[in-house]
Design a binder for this molecule. Structure first.
Ligand SMILES: Nc1ncnc2c1ncn2[C@@H]1O[C@H](COP(=O)(O)OP(=O)(O)OP(=O)(O)O)[C@@H](O)[C@H]1O
Ligand SMILES: [Mg+2]
Length: 245
């Protein structure tokens, strides 16, 4: 496989096309010509060491840290210069690594505020409970009193209720009990089966390979490898070389 070719999606149409982006923090360049694609109904895992540029890639897609060069297309539209709220409104869901929820509001209120219509399918609260059964019993709790795992359920459910066509997850399994990681994996699979595209950043290579169709590996701001997750599952030496895992 040509390791420098852009990451081509499997299956459905391209919901996300990131082409050759350079992203900076001030004068410090964090991404160097990164290209990747995600298809509808596909899970792409974005892996790499600390500081490799994974979060910066998600921030670039969301317009939070705009790339200086290159382009980003979502759902066939150029969103490189769009505002973050427009990008979100058009159907890009994001679960940041700090699982942002409104701490002083109840779970119910947090979920109510997240409901949004886009051109993509609307998810119901009932479907969120099917994935995260424990959440049904937390509805009247204030979010600041939740555990990390419970907060993650709320954060992901908020994204589902926003009718996403693409979901960006930044280290969703970090610090969670194995049982809750399995719930998160189930949520990701269900989204994929419903045709949503998913780009997931993971530190836990095993969890990522468990759920991903394709993998992109970043190394110091450049795309070092891209290919089917199966290749990394089968090839331990390659896994070690790319990810020390
Ligand atoms: N707000 C910022 N200001 C300046 N430099 C930043 C900022 N955020 C990230 N960087 C730098 O950009 C590079 C990429 O960081 P990024 O957070 O994207 O990495 P990451 O792959 O998500 O790492 P981690 O696994 O630690 O979350 C790093 O060198 C980092 O120090
Ligand atoms: Mg990060």
């Amino acid at each position: 496989m040509n390791t420098l070719s852009p990451a081509l999606p499997q299956g459905g149409g391209r919901i996300l096309e990131v082409s050759n982006i350079d992203t900076y923090y001030g004068e410090t360049q964090a991404l160097f010509g990164v290209s990747l694609e995600v298809a509808s109904g596909e899970v792409v895992a974005l892996l790499g060491a600390n500081g490799a540029g994974k979060t910066t890639t998600l921030r670039s897609i969301l317009g939070l840290t705009r790339p200086r060069r290159g382009s980003i297309r979502f759902d066939g539209r150029d969103v490189t210069r769009s505002h973050t709220h427009e990008i979100a409104r058009s159907g890009v869901g994001w679960v940041p690594d700090d699982r942002r929820v409104f701490p002083t509001l109840t779970v119910r209120r947090n979920l109510d505020l997240a409901v949004k219509r886009t051109r993509f399918r609307a998810w119901t609260l009932k479907e969120c409970f099917e994935v995260f059964s424990a959440m049904e019993y937390l509805m009247d709790r204030e979010c600041e009193n939740l555990s990390g795992g419970e907060m993650q359920m709320v954060a992901i459910s908020r994204v589902l209720l926003g009718s996403p066509g693409l979901v960006l997850l930044d280290e969703p399994s970090q610090g969670l009990a194995p049982r809750i990681v399995q719930d998160v994996v189930r949520a990701v699979r269900r989204l994929r089966d419903e045709g949503v595209g998913i780009l997931v950043v993971e530190q836990n290579v095993e969890t990522a390979l468990d759920v991903a169709d394709r993998v992109c590996v970043l190394d110091r701001g450049t795309l070092a490898w891209t290919g089917p997750a199966q290749e990394l599952r089968d090839d331990r030496a390659l896994r070690r070389q790319l990810l020390a895992a």
